[in-house]
Design a protein around this ligand. Structure first.
Ligand code: AMP
Length: 423
């Protein structure tokens, strides 16, 4: 079987790594991939937004199916295009991907179906948004409607801050077209968790729970990032909460989408706040979380490929995954300056020590090769991911590995999984 993976980050490296272990697979292509991914897959120089070229490639090479890593091609309609050309693809179509592509769309679906989420208002007019703010107590969360590379959520402690954010988005157009609309939300408190499921539109297959760390510094301080680390499972998702997420969120959500004639096929990521009243939806992503994908792939005992195929074919009720009964932790190592402007090209030391690492894997998120040696190429550079029989063991394994890796300006969080360790 030939498989094409689209994307180039740590998430795609984890997917390629897992798929490369499948006895069903003879050949993996990755577009555009990275030098790290290139050790497991043949790289194809086509960007994720070049969806016509990707379809041409899949057709020419007789790829059996394609997996979409990042959100952009999904919101551009890559699935609709592939399906119209008779090509099999894993990922929701353009309409379904709006759950991630438009915060306003997601909130409407949640509201229409009585699914727990923060109370909200949607606005295109700055003065109406400010009127709403005046009628509700601080703090507020202001969200740009469209895709904003993880930067479109502004946490505002005061009414003044919220008014300034509204002007930035709707008047000064700081987020361009993505900010033609915004959502003002109630600020929820509790513990965050991620819950990813595979769904074929009819059936739901939950993957292992996980939790990521968005803020750049220890103790959840500093600006938000793409994710500084993650662990799985997340103890906050108890069996009872797990069931509530299915009953109160996912089952009514799929039914609501179906009523609108939307069939969601792919992985659905639900970002949650576990509040005193139970789980409430913060956001949806139409793809695997990054870095959560890395510990989850490490804990998946079964071959991933049959699950991706069952999702595409509407047969998820016929498969059941097996998981390793342990814990996995991913620590993301970043380039100096990240999440602000960051340097590239710093020589990475220590990677040669991990060729036969038994307890984990070092996923590449932003590296390249220069004169035969590894150098940094992205803001998030590596995802050091380790398994352990307990969360303590997995954390120790991961940080022992981190201690062997270095480059000029490398930084990372020292407290990944601190909440799980506390529990
Ligand atoms: P999102 O991309 O919508 O998940 O937002 C990014 C981050 O902002 C989340 O992981 C939360 O930490 C925070 N956030 C989003 N919405 C809310 C909310 N309604 N209340 C509190 N924090 C929020």
């Amino acid at each position: 079987m030939k498989i094409l993976v689209i994307g180039s980050g740590g998430r795609e490296h984890a997917l390629v790594w897992k798929i490369s272990q499948s006895p069903k697979v003879d050949k993996i292509y990755c577009a555009p991939g990275s030098a790290g991914i290139g050790e497991l897959a043949e790289l194809v120089a086509i960007g994720p937004e070049q969806i016509e070229n990707l379809a041409d490639f899949a057709e020419k090479e007789k790829v059996d199916f394609t997996i979409v890593g990042p959100e952009l091609p999904l919101t551009l309609g890559i699935t609709d295009l592939f399906e119209s050309r008779g090509l099999r693809i894993f990922g929701p179509n353009k309409e379904a991907a709006q759950l991630e592509g438009s915060k306003a769309f997601a909130k409407e679906i949640l509201q229409e179906n009585g699914i727990p989420t923060a109370s909200f208002g949607t606005f295109t007019d700055a003065s109406l948004a400010k009127q709403y703010i005046a009628q509700h107590p601080a703090p507020y969360v202001i969200k740009v409607d469209g895709l904003a590379a993880g930067k479109g959520v502004l946490l505002c402690a005061t009414r003044g801050e919220a008014e300034a954010a509204i002007d930035e988005i709707l008047v000064r157009k700081a987020f361009g077209q993505a900010g033609n609309k915004l959502v003002v939300e109630e600020f929820l408190t509790g513990e965050e968790a991620s819950f990813m499921v595979l769904t074929d539109g009819e059936h739901i297959l939950p993957l292992a729970s996980s939790q990521d760390h968005k803020r750049v510094f220890d103790n959840d301080e500093g600006p938000n990032t793409g994710g500084m680390g993650a662990y799985s499972p997340a103890p906050v998702v108890t069996p009872k909460i797990h069931q509530r997420i299915l009953d109160e969120i996912l089952i009514p959500l799929l039914a609501g989408l179906k009523k609108k004639g939307i069939c969601y096929r792919g992985v659905l990521y639900v970002g949650l706040m576990i509040t005193q009243d139970g789980p409430k939806v913060l956001e949806f992503n139409a793809r695997f979380g990054d870095p959560e994908c890395q510990p989850i792939m490490m804990r998946l005992k079964s071959d991933l490929v049959p699950f991706l195929e069952a999702t595409i074919d509407g047969k998820l009720h016929l498969v059941q995954p097996e998981w390793h009964d342990d814990t996995a932790v991913c620590v993301v190592l970043c380039a100096s300056g990240y999440p602000g402007p960051y340097g590239k090209g710093a020589a990475i030391h220590g990677l040669d020590k991990f060729k036969n690492w038994k307890k984990g894997f070092v996923f590449h998120a932003g590296t390249t090769k220069n004169n035969g040696g590894w150098v940094t190429y992205g803001g998030r550079v590596l995802g050091v991911t380790a398994r352990g029989s307990t969360i303590e063991n997995a954390v120790k394994e991961a940080y022992d590995a981190v201690d062997k890796i270095s480059w000029n300006g490398m930084h990372y969080r020292k407290d990944i999984a601190h909440r799980a360790l506390r529990e």
